[in-house]
Design a protein around this ligand. Structure first.
Ligand code: GRF
Length: 202
């Protein structure tokens, strides 16, 4: 499965995918492009260090979301990618992306959806005082942080946690869960039926 990884920040999830691709001969997914919404981010340095082609499609503002989405999809298709992995990609794509990559867009979110959607999931979980949060990997649909759930893992919140310490533990879980989900998708092991995703045995 040829994958374009979309990034906006530090790219630690991109790194986890690169490391898995290098370490696991049965991964089944190949990162063919890294696409960023801005210049100057660490994720682009990671792509360069791994020798991966990268592209920047600069976010033009919400009024031009459709145009941005089309440019992202065009860029991915130019690299012959059959799936998109949103690895810390902080932009919302329009419906065109779902139409062009049906059940082929995966996102990782640092909370147990449907709790705490949005860009501040870790802060929101701490502010709410929940004792358990976690990580969700899901297919992207037309709503934000809403699509069918591929995998989830809980992470306990400690009394002395702040956003940084909790984010560190969530990241460690993300770095296991996301490559696992991408591998399953690459091997055709994820069956989507409405909201439910079934993992077929290896
Ligand atoms: C991750 O916590 C991810 O869940 C969220 O953005 C963060 C990206 O981290 N969507 P990184 O850029 O992969 O280090």
């Amino acid at each position: 499965m040829r994958v374009a990884v979309l990034v906006s920040g530090s790219g630690s999830n991109l790194q986890a995918l690169i490391d898995t691709m290098d370490a696991d001969p049965h991964f089944g997914a190949e990162i063919v492009a890294v696409i960023a919404d801005r210049e100057g981010i660490r994720a682009l340095d990671r792509a360069a260090a791994a020798g991966l082609p990268s592209e920047v499609v600069t976010w033009p503002g919400a009024a031009r979301r459709d145009e941005f989405t089309a440019a992202i999809c065009d860029t991915a298709e130019r690299h012959d990618a059959g799936a998109l992995v949103l690895a810390g990609f902080m932009r919302i794509l329009s419906r065109e992306a779902i139409a062009r990559f049906p059940d082929r867009i995966v996102n990782v979110h640092p909370a147990l959806l449907p709790a705490f959607p949005g860009a501040h999931a870790v802060r929101d979980a701490l502010a709410h005082g929940v004792k358990v949060t976690g990580v969700t990997v899901h297919f992207v649909d037309a709503e934000v942080d809403n699509g069918p759930i591929i995998s989830q893992q809980a992470v306990s919140i400690r009394p002395d946690d702040d956003e940084a310490s909790l984010s560190d533990r969530l990241h460690a879980v993300e770095h296991e869960l996301l490559p696992g989900a991408v591998k399953a998708l690459a091997h055709g092991r994820l069956a989507v039926d409405g909201r439910r995703v079934t993992w077929t045995p290896e």
